[in-house]
Design a protein around this ligand. Structure first.
Ligand code: GLC
Length: 735
């Protein structure tokens, strides 16, 4: 986000006219609150829902009838700078109050969680990241920006770029996986897609890169839990994607719930001011996560709301999401000299800068014709892109005996409650889709002209239906079993201690295998699962994640071979839950796991993941040969030959890894430094080149200093992080 001089002028002159109350109003974000319609306080209602006293359906009925308070009077009084929501007509209504009924007519910035599409929902991030297709990351983000603006949303709380190495954490589904390089490329592409098409204010939004920072390192994989790490770990693993996002122009950031080394990120001056705004140079503003300022009292870093608000403001937290603490306490804090006026001015300057950059003063409303167009249906180009993104995100993990692709006339017994549900295809944090736009796996197979009989049999919850299992095994030439997780088992507040297939799904698979019929297992899930038994016993395994509105069509295209799957895993899959966290870019230790008892491993489980980062098969095959590494003054010139050794065209992602063999800090056994995605015809071979800049071969030490240290390095290239060609090279000097 870059402002013109004229825009900076506009911000300064507006700021100079504002009263302290109007400034504090800009720092306050409201969400529609639920009022009336029930006898207990809303928080009690949530408790009742959570502990099962209130059935979900009953809760939804109450919510449908309860009135929503959009805080119109507070907006009119100039006490609100931002609201949340994705209803375009409501957005125009509230915007009209802000623009036409307040003293200075400052428009609201309207935010919403558009993590992987609004109406045209595409794959969850951990799936899309596995395409390793930067152009796709950007295209889908641009589509999300257009649909957001059409719904009155000019600020997406995205991209979520938290590196995560522990699949027990439910929010692994929302981010780009375990690797800082992939996460950084993903972040850059998403910022470009969300923000860079400024041909019209209908085409871009302010991004909100989140959750800043190290939220994915929550202890035990338990959401919101404490995080602690060395400065070098913070800088080498969790900050790179945020640095990349800010370099790419991210307009805003959202602080994360966790405390980092004892200081909640909401009030962490070191991460907010020194690093994000200072070292990285964020131009826009920082918003707290929901209720997070208030939670600083519960963290135990502040004695009361006012104290939390003072700490947050001084730490560089510019906007308060939903607690009213800034609205209710900042004026007094300034008057008592506890918060310097300059802190308020800086926050408001940042907020106004984003609003000016968004063009909100010139075009604050969604044109009626744009609203009506979306009410008629989704643009075909958006549906097509959602489908392509889904097709590019399917990972083939096993295909023994070449069971896939299926013959169109094969009689399929489709098994599993997930297969028949259009409600489950969009995954976590998708809140704008309409059921009529969603294609279930059953629908997709039927639309593809398949010969399909459907037997729910069982799923992530509930019992197995023995009669249906018997019929499914008897009737079909081939059994397609769809197993995995419901959407509610993934995303926020969905940490799990046991990440094997939930319910009795493994038993279902065992009974299907016992039929002797070919079984194709499709995983529909939001996190890496612990698949020790599945990886050993299932001949065919397809990772389909939650692919969005076009899931059924995309998966049918893959199963029938219309599309040759080419995605890879953005996160390692553990054998058992107890392995977590498991990731490829780990240090060696002095006793790396091996045959000897006295090495770093388990007595009761394997130490390696069942499927590593970067892994994925194809209906064809690829061979790597001829790795060459040549040192140039400023870079390494690396090349490898890749050949399509199979019988059909396919997509491959060649991955470049590096190891710094001996350094002043222990370094990972491998670090991804680059990747290249390409297609090859049968028999075709290609020389894939990587240019590894020497300046990129360093790391941050515990003084947060970036260091380049001569010595031995190993270069690896392959189709995943395990099966690689390697070559040692001695770098005598980086100067
Ligand atoms: C949630 C999430 C955050 C989201 C925010 C607003 O608690 O942590 O990702 O953007 O609240 O919905």
């Amino acid at each position: 986000m870059k402002l013109t001089d004229a825009q900076r002028e506009q911000v300064e002159s507006l700021l100079s006219l504002m009263t302290l109350d109007e400034k504090i109003g800009q720092m306050n974000q409201e969400s529609p609150s639920i009022v009336g319609g029930f006898d207990v306080p809303f928080s009690e209602l949530i408790e009742m829902l959570t502990d099962g006293r209130l059935p979900q359906k009953e809760f939804e009925k109450i919510m449908a009838t309860a009135k929503q308070d959009f805080h119109e009077d507070d907006i009119r009084a100039g006490l609100v700078g931002s609201v949340m929501g994705n209803d375009p007509r409501k957005a125009n209504e509230l915007q009209k109050i802000a623009v036409e009924e307040t003293r200075l007519g400052i428009p609201l910035i309207i935010g919403f969680d558009v993590i992987h599409g609004l109406r045209s929902v595409y794959p969850i991030a951990i799936a899309e990241a596995g395409s390793f297709d930067d152009a796709l990351f950007e295209e889908t983000a641009r589509m999300a920006a257009r649909e957001s603006r059409a719904c009155g949303v000019c600020w997406n709380f995205a991209p979520m770029i938290d590196v995560a190495r522990d699949a027990r954490w439910g929010r692994v589904s929302e981010g780009p996986g375990e690797d800082p390089c992939l996460a950084s490329r993903f972040a850059r592409a998403k910022i470009r897609g969300l923000q860079n098409d400024r041909s019209s204010t209908e085409n871009y939004v302010a991004a909100c890169t989140k959750h800043y920072v190290a939220y994915g390192a929550c202890e035990g994989g338990r959401d919101y839990n404490t995080t602690s790490m060395a400065v070098s770990q913070l800088y080498n693993v969790y900050l790179p994607a945020f640095r990349a996002a800010v370099e790419e122009g991210a307009a805003t950031a959202m602080a994360s719930f966790n405390d980092l080394n004892g200081v909640p990120c909401t009030v962490n001056e070191y991460t907010l001011r020194d690093i994000l705004k200072g070292e990285f140079g964020l131009e826009g503003f920082v918003v707290s996560d929901a209720n997070a300022i208030k939670e600083c009292v519960i963290h135990g870093i502040a004695e009361n709301d006012a104290g939390a608000g003072i700490q947050a403001a001084k730490a560089g937290m510019d906007m308060d999401m939903g607690t009213h603490i800034y609205r209710d306490h900042l004026r007094k804090a300034v008057e008592e000299g506890k918060v310097p006026p300059a802190v308020i001015d800086e926050a408001v300057r940042r907020i106004l800068s984003v609003k000016v950059w968004l063009g909100l003063f010139e075009r604050p409303y969604v044109p009626e014709e744009v609203i009506e167009a979306y009410e008629k249906g989704l643009p075909p180009a958006h549906v097509a892109l959602a489908r392509r993104a889904a097709e590019e995100s399917v990972v083939l993990l096993k295909n023994e005996g070449g069971v896939l692709p299926l013959k169109k006339d094969a009689k399929i017994s489709l098994v599993g409650t997930l297969a028949g549900s259009a409600d489950e295809v969009c995954g976590a944090w998708a809140m704008g889709w309409k059921k009529e736009d969603c294609v279930s796996i059953l629908d997709g197979l039927n639309k593809a002209g398949g010969n399909v009989a459907y037997y729910p049999c069982g799923g992530p919850e509930g019992e197995l239906n023995a009669a249906e299992i018997e019929s499914a095994c008897a009737e079909g030439d081939v059994i397609v079993a769809v197993v995995g997780e419901t959407v509610s088992m993934t995303g926020e507040a969905s940490s799990k201690a046991n990440i094997s297939l939930p319910g009795r799904q493994r038993e279902l698979l065992q009974r299907l295998l016992a039929s002797g019929k070919p079984v194709v297992t499709v995983l529909m899930n939001g996190r890496p699962l612990a698949l020790q038994w599945e990886a050993e016993h299932l001949p065919v395994l397809v990772e389909a994640w939650h692919l969005g509105i076009q899931m059924g069509n995309a998966l049918a295209a893959v199963l029938y071979g219309v599309v040759n799957p080419g995605a890879k895993l953005a996160s390692s899959f553990p054998a058992v839950s107890g392995q977590c966290p498991v990731y490829y870019n780990h240090p060696s230790t002095g006793r790396p796991a091996g045959k000897s008892k006295f090495t770093s491993k388990y007595l009761d489980a394997p130490w390696e993941p069942v499927f590593p980062f970067g892994y994925g098969l194809s209906y064809t095959s690829f061979a790597y040969s001829g790795l060459r590494v040549e040192e140039q003054p400023a870079y390494l010139d690396i090349s490898v030959t890749v050949k399509n050794t199979g019988a059909r065209r396919g997509t491959e992602v060649a991955q470049l890894y590096m190891r710094d063999v001996a350094a002043s800090l222990v370094r990972p056994v491998k670090e991804c430094k680059d990747y290249a995605r390409f297609e090859l015809d049968p028999g075709e071979e290609k020389t894939v080149r990587f240019t590894l800049q020497k300046r990129d071969m360093g790391f941050y030490n515990n003084d947060a200093a970036y260091v380049l240290e001569p010595g031995a390095f190993v270069i690896y290239v392959g189709g995943n992080s395990r099966d690689v060609l390697e070559q040692e090279i001695e770098i005598r000097s980086f100067s």
